[in-house]
Design a protein around this ligand. Sequence first.
Ligand code: PEP
Ligand code: MN
Length: 352
Amino acid sequence: MNIFSKSTPYIIAGPCGVESEEQIRSVLTQLKDLPVDMIRGGVWKPRSKPGNFEGRGEDALKWMRQAYEIAQKPFCTEVASSEQVELALKYEMEAVWIGARTTVNPFLVQEIADAVKGSTVAVLIKNPINPDIDLWSGAVERIQQAGIQSIAAIHRGFSSYDTQSIYRNKPNWAIPIELKRRYKELPIFCDVSHICGNTTLLASVAQRAMDLDFDGLMIETHPEPEKALSDAKQQITPTQLGELLKGLVLRQVGCDTVQDEIEQIRQILDTMDAEVVDLIGKRMELVKQLGAIKIENNIAIFQQERWREIIESRTAWGVKNDLDADFILKLFALIHDKSIKTQFDLLNALKQ
Ligand code: PEP
Ligand code: MN
């Protein structure tokens, strides 16, 4: 039996990091009566830069176990090595999660798989930081092969070079949905906190995950978010969590499956189209920069050779993706036309 399979969304809440005995006790007291299925708390925190709060380690595990009686809810924590798995098992953590920075590394995932083998611990697997579905599904398979019964995957978004993005880690809904297609029985959760990186977007991303039929949510919850030692900007209080959960509209399952399926595919198409338009916008920004360089150096705006190269490479990419050459040619003629026009507009503006 998979403990994460449930007819209503499985909710995991708790602080980014376990900071003190008092903090975890306060969180548990406040989460006790909320519809929260599992408590999260990082005891080893992977930090991008040295010198930041790196977790309380074994002490935190001790505090969590001692505080269990407050809420009587299972715990999960992040592990990235066999030593950490051994300690998590020693303190009877009901579940461990593999973080995004660990899922990228098959050596580490295998080390964790070997360490959990033979135990009844549940394992949550976050997506790797880069949008590589095979790394993610490879991690799922390694944990399955270790004989673990309770496994769930967590979509926490993907790293991006885009500093203007409204997200900390951009969601790419098509990837977890494809993972679900590959493993029909695997529950897929959404870690809205690490996708958003702030609190304002949390509810809408959580609703989006519900509309896309995700099986659960992970939401960072801290008794005093502004004082949190890690991820202060994205954590909410237990009261705010209660409100967020109450506001979620859950889809009626099974009322009209065809309509549900159509709606689900449309949601993915909406997300993809938003990304296409976003990319075209960014492409035009670069076209403007290029235009400025050409004008400054007196280089012709339209170059036959470059246009030929664009057609050849783009139509070849199209064919590889089952898109006929004529369609790609028309699409890029339109984009290229607009690019050239944008650069001429720049030139004309300078002449005036
Ligand atoms: C976390 O859950 O606190 C965490 C570090 O997550 P991720 O691996 O998704 O960055
Ligand atoms: Mn965090």
